[in-house]
Design a protein around this ligand. Structure first.
Ligand SMILES: Nc1ncnc2c1ncn2[C@@H]1O[C@H](COP(=O)(O)OP(=O)(O)OP(=O)(O)O)[C@@H](O)[C@H]1O
Length: 275
């Protein structure tokens, strides 16, 4: 497999109340083209910071060290990207946030906001952009796509809004989709539906997926590989089955135990396959 991006010795510090907070410390990680990688860890472990750094979305005030390099040919532009170089083009990376309301414009219809992404990043004319928005709304299986295109975000449920946010994120056919706690605000059934949607879209479009979650069980249902962050450091990375069956770190074991303590559902069936 080819690496889509190589993260080398990445460190990020924020300033808060006059003091520095180390959010990431010496993180090195390769992301393979076409893989589904989960990044897990407790709240505050640095997951969002890593996602934002990859997308070039960190606040300017953040102090960044190390590099994030993209392989030549894997992206349309920017074959070598340093973390300090600013955001990457929106068309190469799709980003889905936890709260769809924060990424959707409340006073613009769903159809127009998806079309606007297409129009801005792909340079298609407005009628072509609207046509593409319709296809996208169908692809994310919003009920009654025609009505959905005319709806405003507040007229949709949380799960439906997240479907719209996903449609907008994949509108430019990005190589990489980053979902940062994209299902955390949803109830369990809707969460499972959104995970299934992400899995299908990633497979259909051959995207690379970085799935950020505090929930190791949820991450295991989607990812082929899991990276574990703790206090801003990457403590373990490996194939999902290995991480679930034989974690090397006590911290990973504790994350697994926390899941088992809360939920009687086994993570693995008797054959060792993920249930
Ligand atoms: N903009 C910011 N300014 C100051 N400190 C920040 C900022 N963003 C994050 N931090 C701090 O950096 C550390 C890592 O935060 P980050 O949000 O990356 O973790 P996380 O694992 O995504 O947590 P959560 O799941 O709660 O979002 C935390 O100590 C957090 O308080």
């Amino acid at each position: 497999m080819t690496a889509l991006l190589s993260i080398r010795d990445l460190s990020v510090r924020y300033r808060r109340d006059g003091a520095e907070v180390a959010a990431l410390n010496g993180v090195s990680l390769e992301v393979e083209a076409g893989e589904r990688l989960a990044i897990i860890g407790e709240s505050g472990s640095g997951k969002s910071t890593l996602a934002l750094a990859i997308a070039g979305l960190l606040a300017r005030s953040a102090k960044i060290g190390g590099t994030i390099e993209w392989s030549a040919g894997q992206l349309q532009s920017s074959h070598s990207f340093k973390t300090s170089a600013g955001p990457l083009l929106g068309r190469d990376i799709g980003f889905v946030f936890q709260d769809p309301s924060s990424s959707l414009d409340p006073v613009m219809t769903v159809g127009k906001q998806i079309a606007e992404v297409v129009n801005t990043h792909l340079g298609l004319g407005w009628s072509q952009s609207l046509a593409r928005a319709k296809t996208l709304v169908e692809r994310v299986r919003l009920p009654d796509p025609q009505a959905a295109l005319r709806a405003y975000p507040h007229q949709l449920s949380g799960g439906q809004k997240q479907r719209v946010a996903i449609a907008a994120a994949i509108a430019t056919a990005p190589k990489l989709l980053i979902a940062d706690e994209a299902t955390s605000a949803l109830d369990t059934i809707v969460q499972a539906e959104i995970v299934a949607l992400i899995r299908r879209l990633v497979a259909e479009d051959g995207m690379t997926l970085i799935f950020i979650s505090h929930d190791i069980a949820l991450a295991a249902t989607l990812a082929e590989r899991i990276a574990v962050l703790r206090h801003g450091e990457l403590v373990e990375v490996g194939a999902t089955e290995k991480i679930i069956n034989a974690p090397r770190q006590a911290y990973t074991r504790a994350l697994l135990d926390a899941h088992l303590g809360l939920d009687a559902e086994p993570l693995l069936d008797r054959q060792g396959a993920l249930t």
